[in-house]
Every structure is written in C-alpha cells, then in structure tokens.
Design a protein around this ligand. Structure first.
Ligand code: COA
Length: 371
C-alpha cells in the first residue's frame, strides 16, 4: 500500500464579477418588466406579481457579497437573465475543459510536476457539458497527460468524492499521480429569474493533485477520507437525456437547480455534524488537533454552525476560512478553493479537515496532515 499526498492545488477564477447590487438592479428591472407585461392577469388574480430582491437580504441570509461568472452581460440583461455562452464546434475545446486545464496547470506548478506525470484525470463536477466523450478524457488530451480519465458527479460533493477515489487508487497502486478537476459553471444551471435562489451560485474551476508520497515530499498527507449518501429530493435538477420532450415546454423550471432551502438546512446540518464527529473519532483526531476547517461554501450560517459543532466553540475566522463572500456557492469547488487559498501557512504536522456536502444528500470529508 502507498501513502497518498496532495502536492498541489489550483483555482481558475473567471474574470467577470457580479456584485449583489448589480444583480439586484437587473433582477428588479426584470420583475418590473414582468409585472408590467402581465398587469391584466395579475389584477385578475390569474398570476402572482413578482417581488423585488434585496442586496441586504442576500448578504445577511447567505454571506454572499459577489460572484465570478463566465458571462456577465447575458445574466444581467433583464430581457434575458441567463448567460450567453458561445456554442463551440466539436473541434474546439469545451468550456469545462478549458477552465479545468487552467486550474490543473496551477496545481502542477505548485507541485513542480509536468502534465505527463499524471496517470489519472477525474473530472468531478455537478454538471457536465455533454454526455460523452468524457470531459476528463478531453482534458487528458489537452494536457498531454497519460493513463486514463473519466467523469464523475456527486453534485456539491463531487470533489471530495473524487479525492477519495484518487487517494484510494494511489493507495492501492493502480495510479501514481491523479488530478481531481472540478469545473463548475453553476451560472448555466441557475434560474436567475427566481428570487429565492438567484444570488446563490458562481462559476470557478479547481484542481487538486494527489500523488504517491515519496521521501521528502511536501504537501498534505491524506490520512483518511470518508463519504456518505442518503437520498433526498430537496436539492434537485431534472435535466437529463430522457427529458428532451420538455424542450418544447414553456416551464422548464425543474431542469435547473431547485431547492427547499430551509429543509436542506434542517436535514443536512445534523448529517454533516455526525459524519465529521464519527470520522474524527475513528481517526483519533480531537477538536484541538484541528488547525483548519475547509468547509463546503454554500451558506455562512451553515458553516458557522458546523464549525462550532466540530470545534466545540466558535472558530476563529482563520481556523474556518470562508470564500463564499467572494465566490458565492461554487458547488463542489467551494471547499477546494478554501483549501487552495488558505493552507500554505499551516506548520509541518498540523492537521486540517476538508468537508463538502450537498445534493444527494452527500457528505465527503478528508483528514489531512501538513508534511
Ligand atoms: N430578496 C429579499 N427577500 C427574499 C429573497 C430575496 N432575494 N429571497 C427570499 N426572500 C424572503 C422570502 O420571501 C421570505 O420572506 P417571508 O419570511 O416573508 O416569507 C424570507 O426572505 C426568508 O426566505 P427563505 O427562503 O426562507 O430564506 P432563508 O433564510 O432560508 O435563506 C437561502 C435562503 C437560500 C440563503 C438558504 O435557505 C440557504 O442557503 N439554504 C441552503 C443552501 C444550500 O446549502 N443549498 C445546497 C446547494 S449546494
């Protein structure tokens, strides 16, 4: 058996930013246009008038202050309210592959590795741009990586489940150097016209390089990983190949992200707290041993609650860094962004815990040690 170690991580951040204020101005313009266009039906009581959104509500309810997106104009156009993503020919790299490759190059640079060193490419993300060929195989080719590649999807837990897959394969000896890449183009599966969730997501791509540890290697030793799932309809996206008949339907709302936010809060928080406690118990890790928590980035109150449960006290901001004020929820990439931006300052021997959670439900955690 071999010891897996994370030797590098990287983040690709799109260049466009949408602040809460910008988002709300465009959303409210859309609402005004909608209400004006449907004035008669609204007066008759046939349809409900839409209500304005509010930037203070968004910050207070979620902790989000802005988000990065691939396309800003299409989202903020009140007559459109969805990103304008170029449709590319089959000969051009897919958008997910392009974003993923940039994140991987950053991870490789940190690890001092070359693309040819990679013998497993996992594209672990909550949506994939096409059914096949796998985005991961395209990334493998664009990079010039070896071995094999495939896509996987466990929604917001894709990256941590990918980490477990990569670490287990390194441990077993079937691969030597794996990359888990998570290009999350969340702006394309968010309904920007839905006031309850129009502020939630942003776009990003992350990558982590997981290798067989050799003498003198530096990085984060993967001490153990743990995954769990339990079926729930409370976070759901019905888009899929059997639903093409719906293309003609006006109401395609269920073909994008849909959630029962309150139920998610109530059900996922205890599940995650119990999961982490059991994982730490099995590894004989005490709260005092943990120098950092890199948590899934969906909602600040959720993270505050989990951080307090895990440490038994309110964590210092430096112990539980949040990035969702800048990136919003980026699905499976969120905890990896936090890890990538806030890990290099840990001392040799320090322990940290990475954890994601989301649709499925799913929870994935990893206990890491700085070496
Ligand atoms: N602007 C102003 N008010 C808004 C609003 C908006 N954009 N969206 C909702 N509201 C109002 C609601 O109408 C409601 O008003 P009411 O009390 O008069 O009925 C009130 O704010 C509370 O709405 P609610 O949807 O219950 O808010 P919340 O406190 O649950 O917060 C989320 C909303 C989305 C931030 C929160 O539910 C959340 O983060 N959930 C979990 C997210 C998550 O982990 N999802 C998993 C995906 S990975």
């Amino acid at each position: 058996m071999h010891q897996p170690i994370i030797t590098g991580s990287g983040v690709h951040t799109p260049s466009n930013v949408i602040t809460n204020d910008e988002l709300v101005v465009s959303f409210n313009a859309y609402v005004d246009r909608f209400n004006a266009a449907h004035q008669e039906e609204i007066v008759k009581g046939d349809i409900a008038a839409k209500t304005h959104s509010n930037a203070d509500f968004i910050r207070d309810a979620s902790g989000i202050e802005q988000r990065y997106v691939v396309d800003k104009e299409g989202i903020l156009d009140p007559t459109r309210m969805t990103p304008q993503l170029d449709s590319r020919s089959d000969d051009a790299p897919s958008l997910m592959a392009e974003m993923g490759v940039d994140a991987i190059h950053k991870a490789l640079a940190q690890a001092g590795r070359e693309p040819a060193d990679i013998d497993l490419t996992l594209c672990a993300a909550s949506n994939h741009e096409r059914a096949y060929p796998a985005i991961a195989v395209e990334i493998q080719q664009l990079l010039g990586a070896g071995g094999f590649a495939y896509d996987m999807n466990v929604a917001c837990s894709s990256a941590t489940f990918g980490l477990q897959t990569a670490a287990d394969m390194v441990r077993a000896g079937s691969v030597k150097c794996a990359v888990v890449v998570s290009p999350e183009i969340c702006s394309a599966h968010l309904e920007w016209r839905d006031r309850d969730c129009h502020f939630i997501f942003g776009d990003v791509a992350t990558a982590i390089l997981v290798e067989r540890e050799i003498d003198g290697a530096t990085g984060f030793r993967v001490l153990s990983t743990r995954c769990a799932t339990k079926f729930s309809n409370n976070i759901r996206n019905n888009n899929g190949y059997l639903r093409r008949a719906h293309d003609q339907m006006e109401d395609r709302r269920d073909m994008q992200f849909v959630q029962e936010g309150r139920k998610v809060f109530k059900e996922v928080l205890p599940m995650v707290s119990r999961h982490i406690a059991a994982h730490m118990d099995d590894e004989n890790i005490l709260a005092n041993d943990l120098k950092r928590l890199w948590l899934h980035q969906a909602n600040k109150s959720m993270n505050d609650y989990i951080g307090k449960k895990v440490l038994g006290r309110i964590p210092e901001p430096s112990e539980q860094p949040n990035i969702l004020q800048d990136y919003a929820n980026t699905s499976s990439a969120g905890s990896i962004i936090a890890f990538s931006k806030y890990s290099q300052d840990l001392a040799l021997g320090d322990h940290g815990l990475l954890c994601s959670f989301g649709a499925g439900y799913s929870v994935g955690s990893a206990v890491l040690k700085r070496v």
